[in-house]
Design a protein around this ligand. Structure first.
Ligand code: NAG
Ligand code: NAG
Ligand code: NAG
Length: 377
């Protein structure tokens, strides 16, 4: 009849002979591993020991099995998809290569700290434009892109939304596999509304990168990333800063005109001061505010540059006007070169970009001339 070890021991304590052999009762914490003279308790100990060994064996085997499974599993690949469906193909690519090399990924999905995110807005039909940029100022492969990103503190990416057209997507996938220079955002490219794409970009870029500035750019400008970085890195008193080539101008109320504004009656005859659309920058605090705005709570005008300008009018931001962001020809201080009328299709952007790139003052002059830097101090 099996008895608990303790009560058995105390039972024997009643017996005089055994009492003499045992100077003191076993401590309350005595376990089955303590030696005992009782044949009955020996049996119990044996059973308990066997049970314990079995448990240990099972725990051990499952531990080994788990470890083996964990080691054999392919390394974790971090695809950067956050709220609002954003993906950065270069980060995904780097994370894959690191995982393939058996190294840890770069802190998983934490937002990397950068000086600026530069989103070059592009469309599925604009492969030739992207090729023209990659043939000139935009890095042509993922290593060159990483190098420029590191050298300038910028994250340069082509920005594109989604399409339902699987052919277009398949064609783009080939380009992604080759260049890894896209940022995917939650915007509908099939029914493109530029102001919505702009807001989606700022939200996605904010979720993907911890940047000081978020820059929207077009895919037909000639950019000097080094000089843009110098501009963004300047000390500023105001933490809400809107940088661009600022303009005013008449509101277009003729529906047949290109820049027609259907909500023009809200504005009047002339626009408020706002940045030209091809390139402008918003500081992190502004983008944080926009990112947290409720869906559909911000007014959208027809024109994207007007839309962002109206938001900036409502906020207490510093409008930083910089004509180096809208120069028609390269100069020793130009940051972005583009012309009005814009290079719209049909426009041989490749030829235009190559022409500019061939000019040494466009592509091969110093980051910023010394006298400019002295002026700023
Ligand atoms: C606007 O921002 C400036 C600079 O940060 C600050 O000095 C000023 O008080 C702000 N104005 C309002 C109305 O909050
Ligand atoms: C650019 O320069 C190269 C050689 O320096 C020349 O072959 C090419 O035709 C030039 N392209 C343009 C568009 O000026
Ligand atoms: C760029 O400039 C440097 C000197 O400033 C010169 O040595 C080099 O040949 C130039 N490269 C091109 C492609 O013009």
């Amino acid at each position: 009849m099996p008895q608990p070890y303790h009560s058995a021991a105390y039972d024997y304590d009643d017996d005089d002979d055994l009492l003499k052999k045992r100077r003191k009762p076993p401590p309350k914490t005595a376990s089955a591993f303590l030696p005992s003279n009782s044949p009955l308790s020996s049996n119990c100990i044996l059973i308990v020991l066997l049970l314990l060994s079995a448990v240990c064996l099972i725990v051990g085997i499952s531990g080994i099995a788990f470890a083996t499974a964990a080691l054999r599993r392919p390394p974790r690949i971090v695809t950067v998809f956050r709220c609002g469906r954003a993906e950065d193909t270069l980060r995904t690519f780097r994370s894959k290569s690191l995982a393939a090399a058996g190294r840890e990924d770069e802190g998983g999905a934490a937002r990397p700290k950068v000086l600026g995110v530069v989103g070059v807005f592009t469309q599925f039909s604009a492969a030739d434009r992207r090729a023209a940029l990659r043939g000139t100022w935009f890095p042509s492969d993922s290593d060159a892109l990483s190098r420029l990103d590191h050298a300038t503190g910028l994250a340069l990416r082509f920005v594109i939304g989604r399409t339902k057209d699987s052919k277009k997507m398949a064609a783009l996938q080939k380009e992604i596999d080759m260049h890894h220079d896209f940022m995917f955002i939650d915007a509908d490219e099939d029914n493109l509304k530029l102001p919505h794409k702009m807001l989606a970009f700022f939200k996605s870029a904010f979720n993907l990168f911890d940047a000081e500035f978020y820059v929207k750019a077009d895919d037909d400008i000639y950019l000097r990333p080094d000089r843009l970085a110098t501009l963004l890195a300047k000390d500023r008193a105001h933490h809400l800063t809107y940088i661009g080539c600022m303009k005013k101008g008449p509101v277009i109320t003729d529906p047949n005109m290109k820049w027609y504004e259907s909500s023009g009656n809200l504005i009047g005859n002339e626009y408020f001061w706002h940045a030209h659309g091809p390139i402008y920058a918003l500081s992190a605090d502004i983008v944080s505010f926009l990112t947290n705005a409720r869906t559909n709570s911000l007014r959208m005008f027809n024109n994207e540059d007007v839309t962002i300008g109206s938001w900036m009018l409502a906020m207490n931001v510093s409008h930083e006007d910089n004509k180096a962001l809208c120069e028609p020809i390269c100069s020793s201080t130009s940051i972005a070169v583009w012309s009005n009328p814009r290079c719209l299709d049909p426009c041989d952007l490749k030829n235009k970009m190559t022409e500019l790139h061939n000019i040494s003052i466009c592509s091969n002059s110093s980051t910023l001339p010394p006298e400019e830097e002295e002026d700023e101090r």
